[in-house]
Design a protein around this ligand. Structure first.
Ligand code: GLY
Length: 424
């Protein structure tokens, strides 16, 4: 099978690495890829938001399967274009991708499916902002009602900070979504979904704030770990049965069946799991940890999902142990990152328990590896348990040099120290 992966982040690098381990995959291409992906797959330039461009490339490469990583092409209908050209595609249609692209659509689907989620209101007029804020908080959850790569969210007990964020979004012409705050630890559960067939992967936890101890602004994600020692297996079953399957069934009922990766972001509160958000693609940086533990052939799972035969393949097998991914970010991220700094020490090593996956990287004309984005690298440690996986990741990071860079030192630490409890 010849596979074309669309995207340029560490998530796509993790997908490429897992596809390389699948004996059924004979060739891997990535577009546009990045400097790290280029070491493992042939990378090609592409306008990932253009269905026409992706179809032309997939046709030229005789791809049997196109795997679309990021949400923007999915929301724009690139998967529809690929399927219309007769090529199997892992990723939902534009209609189904509204589960991420339109928060109003997601709330409507969840209401119809009887799924617990935060109460919400959309504010599109600055004159309504204060009265709406009075109906929420503290704590206030203020979101950009569109795709914002996680950075459009402010969760704060400070009403002025909530108001400032809402006003800034409105000034930029973005409607604001106010949500009630959901308590309890958060879980990312990725499910392969093919119509009403739902196959969960390992649950993971993201760390969205930039600083240790969950301080500072939200980011696209600074690190993640899997599995979650504090989460009962029955809770994962409950999420699949009571959340993901009803939503998948509701999308089928609305004539926009989901095909691809449905990402349920949940808070596990006293009353059980409640949905914070759905995403229509693999999450970043959780994917880097989850796929590090996958033993089954990834290409077979993705192709089965894409071709409507997911129910016929064996459920995924996982290696024992744990994986931790730590994001190395550029100076000033999640603000406007400084780019162009030389990265050293990020090359391949023989140590299979620690991998360096690339996100915002590029190769300079003189051959030097340089930073080219906010989240620059994902360092993934694998170990017999979470503590060992953390050690592996942080030992590997110690040998990487990137001027001005920063990373969190506490990824997975609360779980190792048994400080995460589910209320109730
Ligand atoms: N882990 C956050 C995201 O992928 O949106």
């Amino acid at each position: 099978m010849r596979v074309l992966v669309i995207g340029s982040g560490a998530r796509e690098h993790a997908l490429v690495q897992a596809l390389r381990r699948d004996p059924g995959v004979s060739a891997i291409y990535a577009a546009p890829g990045n400097a790290g992906i280029a070491q493992h797959a042939q990378v090609r330039p592409v306008d990932a938001s253009s269905g026409e461009a992706v179809v032309a490339l997939a046709t030229e490469l005789s791809a049997d399967l196109v795997v679309i990583g990021p949400e923007v092409p999915l929301v724009l209908g690139v998967a529809d274009a690929v399927r219309a050209a007769g090529i199997a595609c892992f990723g939902p249609s534009a209609a189904a991708a509204r589960i991420e692209g339109s928060k109003a659509f997601a709330k409507d689907v969840m209401a119809a499916a009887g799924v617990r989620t935060a109460h919400s209101e959309i504010v599109d007029n600055p004159a309504d902002l204060d009265a709406a804020l009075d109906r929420f908080g503290p704590t206030w959850v203020v979101k950009d009602d569109g795709l914002a790569a996680g950075k459009g969210v402010v969760v704060t007990a400070d009403r002025l900070a909530a108001r400032d964020h809402g006003a800034e979004l409105l000034e930029q012409g973005h409607p604001v979504l106010l949500e009630s705050f959901l308590d309890g630890p958060e879980v990312s559960l990725f499910c392969l979904v093919d119509g009403e067939t739902v196959v969960p992967l390992l649950p993971a936890q993201d760390h969205k704030r930039v600083g240790d101890g969950d301080t500072g602004p939200n980011t696209g994600g600074m690190g993640a770990y899997t599995p979650l020692p504090w989460l009962a297996p029955e809770t994962v079953t409950a999420i699949v049965e009571d959340v993901v399957k009803p939503v998948a069934a509701e999308l089928v009922r609305r004539d926009c069946p989901f095909s691809g990766l449905l990402y349920a972001g949940l808070a596990i509160g006293a009353a059980g799991p409640a949905v914070v958000e759905f995403n229509c693609r693999f999450g970043d940086p959780e994917t880097q940890a989850v796929l590090a533990l996958l033993e089954s052939p990834l290409g077979e799972l993705l192709n089965a999902t894409a071709t409507g035969t997911l129910a016929q393949v064996a459920p995924p097998r996982w290696r024992d142990g744990a994986a931790v991914t730590v994001v190395v970010a550029a100076e000033n991220y999640p603000g406007r990152p400084r780019v162009g700094d030389v990265i050293t020490g990020a090359g391949e090593s023989a140590d299979e328990s620690a991998a360096v996956l690339h996100a915002g990287t590029a190769t300079r004309e003189d051959g030097a590896l340089v930073s080219a984005g906010g989240r620059v690298l994902s360092v993934v440690g694998v170990g017999e348990d979470l503590s060992e996986a953390r050690d592996r990741a942080y030992e590997r990071i110690a040998s990487i040099k990137l001027p001005g860079s920063h990373f969190r030192t506490d990824i997975g630490l609360a779980a190792v120290e048994d400080r995460i409890t589910v209320p109730g």
